[in-house]
Write a protein that binds this ligand. Structure first.
Ligand code: SAM
Length: 299
C-alpha cells in the first residue's frame, strides 16, 4: 500500500470512523483505525478504551498504551505462562499480579496440575469490563473454582501475605502510575519471600529496543534478590518497537531439554498459537544490544 493510500485511510478514518493514537512514547507511536468504540471510560485509577480495528480485532488500551488486541494476545499470554509453567517440575500454585483482562489466567488454567491460582488486580473495572467486552480473552477463567481474585495493589499483597507460590506472573502495565511500584527492589524482595525454593518469577518487562531503561531497572532491582535473573523475548506486533521482553528470576538454574518440554507440553490440552518448545528455548537467546546494556550495568 503506497503512502498516499495510507494517508487517505488515516484521514478518512479520522474524518468518518475514528482513530486511536498510542501516547506511550512522546515522539513516535502507533496509530490504529478505530472503526467502532465499544467502551471508553475513566476507572478509579486509569483511562480505559476498547475499540474495533480491522487488522487486530478488538483493541484494549489503558492510559494511552495498548494492553492487548484479540489478534495477537495469544503470543504474549502463551509465552508469559507456558515458559515458566512448563519449566518448573510440578507447579501447583500460581500468583498473578495484574492481568485483569484474564488472558494470563486463561492460559494458566490449562495446566491441570495446578491447585490454586490467586489473581491480584488493583482495578476491579478492568476485570468487570474485560469479561463483558473481551469475553474471548478470559473465556470464563474467572469462574474456575481454583481461582481466587483479590482486589488490591500487588505490592501490598506480596508484602502482607504469608502464602508461598511456585510461580509469580506479574502481568502489569508499564512502570508508571499504579504499576510503578511493581518494578522496585522492595517488591522483588517481597516476591522472593512469596516463592517456594524452586519458584519462578516472570514479568512484563517492556520492549527493550525502545524501553531499555525498564530492562536496566529490573536487572538492578532484581539481581540482589535472585541468583538467576534473565530475559526472554517474543514478537507481539502491537507492543511496538521490536520484540517484547519477559523478565525471569529464580534461585534454581533451569535449562529444560527440548525433549522434556515436548513431554510437558503433551500434557496440556488444546492447540497453541505461538508457543513451541523450540521457540521457548530460543526465546532466551538475547541480541547483542541487550547483552551490552546489561553488561554496562553489571556493577
Ligand atoms: N499485557 C499487558 C501489558 O503487557 O501491558 C498488561 C495487561 S493487564 C490489563 C495490566 C493490569 O495491571 C491492569 O489491569 C492494571 O490495573 C494492573 N495493575 C497495574 N498496577 C497494579 C498494581 N500495583 N497491583 C495490581 N495490579 C496492577
Amino acid at each position: 500500500m503506497n503512502r498516499f493510500t495510507v494517508l487517505f485511510f488515516a484521514c478518512s478514518a479520522s474524518l468518518f470512523g475514528g482513530s486511536y493514537t498510542e501516547t506511550l512514547y512522546p515522539r513516535w507511536g502507533q496509530w490504529l483505525e478505530n472503526t467502532q468504540t465499544i467502551l471508553e471510560e475513566k476507572t478509579e485509577s486509569q483511562d480505559l478504551i476498547i475499540f474495533e480495528n480491522p487488522q487486530f480485532g478488538r483493541v484494549f488500551a489503558l492510559d494511552g498504551a495498548v494492553q492487548l488486541t484479540t489478534a495477537d494476545e495469544p503470543v504474549y499470554h502463551e509465552m508469559m505462562v507456558h515458559v515458566p509453567l512448563l519449566t518448573h517440575e510440578n507447579p501447583t500454585s500460581v500468583l498473578i499480579i495484574g492481568g485483569g483482562d484474564g488472558g494470563i489466567l486463561r492460559e494458566t488454567l490449562r495446566h491441570e496440575g495446578l491447585k490454586r491460582i490467586v489473581l491480584v488486580e488493583i482495578d476491579p473495572s478492568v476485570i468487570e469490563l474485560s469479561q463483558k467486552h473481551l469475553p474471548s480473552v478470559s473465556k470464563g477463567a474467572f469462574n474456575d473454582p481454583r481461582v481466587e481474585v483479590v482486589i488490591d495493589d500487588g505490592s501490598k499483597f506480596v508484602k502482607n501475605t504469608k502464602e508461598k507460590f511456585d510461580i509469580i506472573l506479574c502481568d502489569s502495565t508499564d512502570p508508571t502510575g499504579p504499576a510503578e511500584v511493581l518494578f522496585t527492589s522492595d517488591f522483588y524482595k517481597d516476591c522472593k519471600k512469596c516463592l517456594h525454593k524452586r519458584g519462578i518469577f516472570v514479568n512484563q518487562n517492556g520492549v527493550p529496543f525502545v524501553q531499555k531503561d525498564e530492562l536496566i531497572l529490573t536487572w538492578k532491582n532484581r539481581s540482589p534478590h535472585f541468583k538467576h535473573v534473565s530475559y526472554y523475548l517474543a514478537p507481539v506486533p502491537t507492543y511496538v518497537g521490536g520484540s517484547m521482553a519477559f523478565g525471569w528470576a529464580s534461585d534454581k538454574k533451569y535449562k529444560p531439554s527440548l525433549k522434556k518440554l515436548q513431554k510437558r507440553l503433551s500434557e496440556i490440552k488444546g492447540k497453541m498459537v505461538y508457543y513451541t518448545p523450540a521457540v521457548h528455548r530460543s526465546a532466551f537467546a538475547l541480541p547483542q544490544f541487550i547483552l551490552d546494556a546489561l553488561e554496562e550495568k553489571k556493577d
